[in-house]
Design a protein around this ligand. Structure first.
Ligand SMILES: *Cc1c(COP(=O)(O)O)cnc(C)c1O
Length: 352
């Protein structure tokens, strides 16, 4: 039987967490002389709710999931780091598995925490190499990071493969769904009700357009959420973020329109790029960006940077050689990008 108590690091299991004033007295009515706050109202003079109850209840309604299964972090980066710190004994004892190429933060957080990080290259079609993962897994493998749709390859992983890993991997499977709103694949969020070893990460940074407020979500079992709550900074989500998100969640329609528009623009941009001589290939995208292979990607990248059009050079990433990553912008921004690339092409022709 899968048990979180056995998986978690011993020092974390026995840890006595910091108890904040706002946890010891959770009511919001009274004369508060317990937290050494400034009594004069500046709208932010009080510490925020450490467990973000109102925000979680709202997200619970939005996602149709029990609020006890929700952990909120300072971006998704916080739960990524906390999961490693909670479950992986550093210094060559435990290890983490991940697909490659993928989002860089998993490895950076593992490196910071001095936990061995084992990468398994994606196979054809940028899908998960199940055998490769099995071969690199041992008794000390505690976490497996998956990302779907994957950054930077922009495709979704096969659902059957993810389910297979949930059923066979003895540690936690962390499924990063940062781009799920742009995907034709449904979220596996509700599988946390079936798999006690699943953590699904989502974020308000992409489809919701709130990268600036730093709010990420981890959906998981109550036991996993309890562990994360135990080790997080007491007041990890500030009062401005908590207020702002409650206002924005009332505008779900706006987010839906943004996503529709971005998907429409993604297809338009794909067709325009495909028509250019210098474009070798465009990967099928289930996200809000396109991976585009150019004959001379570095030249294109530098040319665009010179025109103050900033994209991401992924040309040295293994399996993505020659690719540049282009985020879908507004209609005008995408048009300016295409015009700049057309200019680049005519410049090349003059040189020939
Ligand atoms: C952008 C991105 C995130 C978002 O991180 P935040 O810290 O929530 O802004 C998470 N995962 C992946 C794969 C991403 O590309």
């Amino acid at each position: 039987m899968f048990s979180i108590d056995q998986l978690v690091r011993k020092n974390i299991a026995s840890l006595i967490p910091y108890s904040s004033a706002r946890e010891e007295y959770a009511g919001d009515d009274g004369i508060f002389l317990d937290a050494n706050e400034n009594p004069y109202n500046s709208s932010v003079n009080r510490y925020p709710d450490p467990l973000q109850v109102t925000v979680k209840n709202r997200i619970s309604r939005l996602k149709n999931i029990n609020p006890e299964r929700i952990f909120l972090g300072n971006g998704s980066d916080e739960p990524i780091d906390l999961l490693i710190r909670a479950f992986c004994e550093p210094g060559g004892i435990d290890n983490i598995l991940s697909i490659k190429p993928t989002y860089g933060m998993y490895k950076v957080c593992a490196d910071i925490n001095n936990v061995e990080f084992r990468e398994v290259l994606l196979r054809e079609g940028y899908q998960i190499d199940l055998k490769g993962i099995e071969q690199k897994t041992d008794a000390q493998s505690k976490l497996l990071f998956l990302c779907s749709p994957n950054n930077p390859t922009s495709n979704s992983m096969h659902k059957d493969d993810i389910i297979y890993l949930l059923e066979t991997f003895h540690g936690l499977v962390v499924l990063d769904e940062a781009y799920i709103d742009f995907s034709v694949q449904p979220s596996l969020l509700h599988e946390v009700e079936n798999y006690p070893n699943l953590v699904v990460l989502q974020t308000f940074s992409k489809a919701w357009g709130m990268a600036g407020i730093r709010l990420g979500i981890a959906f998981a079992s109550r036991e996993i959420v309890r562990v994360l709550n135990k080790i997080k900074y007491p007041y990890n989500i500030n009062i401005l973020t908590q207020k702002f998100i409650l206002e924005r969640l009332e505008k779900e329609n706006e987010k839906k329109l943004w996503v529709e528009k971005i998907l429409e623009e993604r297809e338009k941009l794909r067709l325009k790029l495909k028509a250019l001589d210098i474009v070798d290939n465009i990967l099928p995208s289930d996200a809000n960006f396109l991976m585009v292979k150019f004959d001379e990607s570095r030249k294109v990248f530098n040319y665009l940077t010179g025109k103050k059009i900033i994209i991401r050079d992924r040309s040295h990433v293994q399996l993505c050689e020659g690719y540049l990553r282009i985020t879908i912008g507004t209609e005008d921004e995408n048009e300016l990008l295409v015009e700049a690339l057309r200019e680049f092409v005519s410049g090349q022709k003059v040189l020939q």
